[in-house]
Design a binder for this molecule. Structure first.
Ligand SMILES: [Ca+2]
Length: 274
């Protein structure tokens, strides 16, 4: 009979050392995971926002400053300009400037989302919204395509002299539901402040949904039967074009010119957050 310990037994000291080693490794791993969150966020801000696969993304970091010119998207303007500018800490943004009822849009052509279901996200600061003429109506995001003539406007708004106030509202034009903007007093505009806007288009029930600074506003929702237009079904087009910028429809505006800044535009199959 030999005196060597069998393979099934381990000395208490060795077990204690292994437990201690495991505890140390676990603590290190937890520390690394927790510690990495803020530094990743800081890195993302430094690199810009186009670091993940998306259907479309533009953070303006790689564009030359000045009049916008790129092969990645088109430009649709009338009495308006698009200029890439340097903002705080070297971040670059798109400055949209229009006169009276002009327009200036970044236009995403040849867009296609799997199942025609997608989310949009942008950061936005508007210097001043219109307080004239009465019912002055503006659009910032427009989606069009095939299969339905509705021009879908997930992000837009209107000056309502009856409240009075200026409010965000989902809207549409050009289709069977007519020209409507379902502005809501629960969504007043905020001037001269960076805010994050997200929207979703879902063909399942022709739903348009909106989040402002990460918070859903259920009143800013349109669907097949719940919308602000004629009493007929609201049907989303199969979207192939998305325009992002500014258009105001009536002339003789107050103020006479409009300035806004947009950054971190993204279109994606899933919600990106802010
Ligand atoms: Ca940027």
């Amino acid at each position: 009979m030999g005196t060597l310990p069998s393979a099934a037994t381990t000395s208490p000291l060795l077990e204690e050392n292994m437990r201690s080693l495991l505890a140390t490794l676990t603590a290190l791993l937890v520390g690394v995971t927790v510690g990495s969150v803020p530094s990743d966020a800081a890195d993302a801000a430094h690199r810009g926002s186009c670091t993940r696969h998306m259907l479309f993304c533009e953070d303006f970091e790689r564009l030359p400053r000045g009049g916008a010119s790129t092969l990645d998207w088109g430009i649709d303007t009338r009495n308006g300009t698009l200029t890439v500018e340097r903002a705080r800490r070297g971040n670059q943004v798109l400055h949209i400037h229009t006169v009276d009822n002009g327009r200036a849009f970044l236009r995403v052509d040849d867009f296609a989302a799997p199942g025609n279901r997608f989310y949009g996200r942008m950061r936005l600061r508007v210097d001043a919204f219109p307080t004239g003429p009465d019912w002055a109506h503006f659009t910032l995001v427009e989606a069009t395509g095939t299969g339905s003539s509705e021009i879908v406007r997930p992000i837009g708004g209107q000056y309502a002299p009856t409240v009075p106030g200026i409010f965000w509202g989902v809207g549409a034009d050009g289709g069977p539901t007519g020209d409507w903007t379902n502005w809501r007093e629960s969504a007043p505009v905020v001037e001269d402040t960076w805010q994050c806007f997200e929207w979703q288009l879902d063909p399942a029930d022709n739903r348009v949904a909106v989040w402002i600074d990460g918070v859903a506003n259920p009143e800013l929702t349109a669907s097949t039967t719940e919308h602000g237009g004629n009493d007929v079904p609201f049907v989303l087009p199969t979207v192939n074009t998305v325009k992002i910028g500014w258009q105001l429809y009536q002339g003789g505006t107050t103020p006479g010119e409009f300035d806004l800044w947009i950054d971190d535009i993204a279109l994606s199959t899933r919600r990106l957050g802010c």
